[in-house]
Design a protein around this ligand. Structure first.
Ligand SMILES: Nc1ncnc2c1ncn2[C@@H]1O[C@H](COP(=O)(O)OP(=O)(O)OP(=O)(O)O)[C@@H](O)[C@H]1O
Ligand SMILES: [Mg+2]
Length: 217
């Protein structure tokens, strides 16, 4: 397991980009996290890392977007699917077991179809975390601002335009200790991004990611 703290969308994108550089044909990445957590933002980074050109938007209604690149990227949003039979109607399996790399938002909707070997990525928002993980690592990102995260996605209200995404450096810095300096504005934009590899290929990939993106939090 590898954990990073992203202090804004750019951090999340940069992590996705680092991962995208490592993905090859047949790789499956599952993105967990609630509405507005940043799954699509992460996939935008993945696409950039894979050399995809053009905009990457949410396939919420179309369910699948195909992006040509070094390897094709299939971006799936399973939110509107209800189990395997439903998924079959849009041919999900052809993508999941196809020759592209696959990024799946809301993977639990098609749990039965997921390969055992895959990379699970969980994006946690400040309020999510008041549980195990942070404690284990001694960080309490959620604690800082527990009440305020309704407005999660876009923290316009947070006033400090500087605080979040624009902080460009991620590659190693994101898991920073800059936290203290930005206590007020940053927390709505803070995400914990947890990489859990399933199977040997993805264990190795996560080690490569660590080399690319830094040691994590
Ligand atoms: N650290 C961060 N990482 C990613 N996105 C962030 C971060 N901080 C703030 N945001 C904002 O949160 C929103 C995330 O939107 P995004 O569409 O990626 O979420 P999602 O998880 O795909 O949601 P959905 O479940 O609806 O598909 C964006 O508006 C983004 O600017
Ligand atoms: Mg999305």
């Amino acid at each position: 397991m590898l954990v990073y703290r992203a202090s804004g969308p750019n951090d999340t994108r940069r992590l996705g980009e680092a991962l995208g550089k490592l993905l090859g044909p047949g790789d499956v990445v599952c993105l967990d996290g609630r509405l507005g957590a940043g799954k699509t933002v992460f996939v935008q980074g993945v696409a950039a890392g894979m050399g995809v050109r053009g905009r990457v938007t949410s396939p919420t209604f179309t369910i699948i977007h195909e992006h040509p690149g070094r390897v094709p990227l299939y971006h799936i949003d399973a939110y509107r699917l209800d189990g395997a039979p439903d998924a079959a109607t849009v041919g999900i399996e052809d993508y999941v077991y196809g020759s592209g790399a696959v990024a799946i938002e809301w993977p639990e909707r098609i749990r039965e179809l997921l390969p055992e070997e895959r990379l699970d990525v969980e994006i946690m928002m400040p309020a999510d975390g008041d549980g195990g993980r942070e404690d284990a690592r001694g960080h309490r990102s959620g604690g800082r601002r527990v009440g305020g995260n309704e407005s999660e996605s876009d923290g316009e209200s947070e006033s400090d335009s500087e605080g979040e995404g624009e902080g460009e450096d991620v590659s190693e810095g994101e898991c920073g200790d800059e936290s203290d300096s930005e206590d007020e504005g940053a927390s709505d934009h803070t995400r914990e991004i947890v990489f859990s590899p399933r199977g040997e290929r993805f264990r190795r990939m996560v080690e490569e990611l660590r080399a690319l993106a830094g040691p994590g939090d």
